[in-house]
Design a binder for this molecule. Structure first.
Ligand SMILES: [Fe+2]
Ligand SMILES: [Fe+2]
Length: 186
């Protein structure tokens, strides 16, 4: 675990400029990761890789649902599944990019993918099944991103902000799915 930098003396808000400049020159090969990085990097990378696996499973599930959606109400729903799949791809890209910035490697291996993922790959028989399964997966993503955000606190605000952006979209996805369910059930 990276040693946390010593706190600045009381009354001074920032590290003095000289120390800041000296620190930045050390380990420049670490790119965006400076000695001031406060989070536990290996843990953050592991969590982001779990997020990445979750997004990949969601992309696959939504694409399957997009192509399998059939029935009277299916057209709009199928289009929505595709939109979600594309948005989950965007999340996967953000996560992979941040993992690399933190000096890690994004895990795109199909091996163990469903174990690393928090959400499940459920095909579902009917349109209703599919929407329900997607909603469950979104609710899992909402909870797990929420936990990651709380874990990071103020220790890595860039990752936290990125996750907050993703979380907001997962909430929209869940909301869309809940409305679809209501319409179909109504
Ligand atoms: Fe996502
Ligand atoms: Fe989502």
């Amino acid at each position: 675990m990276a040693k946390k930098p010593s706190a600045p003396p009381p009354g001074s808000f920032l590290t003095d400029i000289k120390t800041l400049r000296e620190r930045a020159r050390k380990h420049i090969e670490q790119g965006a990761v400076t000695p001031g990085y406060r989070a536990d990097r290996p843990t953050v990378i592991k969590l982001l890789n779990e997020g990445l696996a979750t997004e990949i499973v969601c992309i696959l599930r939504y694409r399957r649902h997009h192509y399998m959606a059939a029935g009277i109400h299916a057209q709009g729903v199928a289009a929505e599944f595709l939109t979600h799949a594309i948005e989950e791809q965007g999340h996967a890209d953000l996560l992979a990019e941040r993992i690399v910035q933190l000096g890690g490697e994004p895990n795109f291996s199909p091996e163990g993918l469903t174990t690393r993922s928090h959400a499940e790959y459920v095909e579902g028989e009917t349109l209703l099944d599919m929407i329900r399964e997607d909603l469950v997966a979104e609710r899992i993503a909402i909870d797990s991103y929420g936990e990651m955000i709380r874990y990071l606190g103020n220790d890595d605000s860039t990752t936290r902000r990125m996750l907050e952006g993703i979380l907001a979209m997962e909430e929209e996805h869940a909301d869309d799915l809940a409305s679809m369910l209501e319409k179909l059930n109504g």
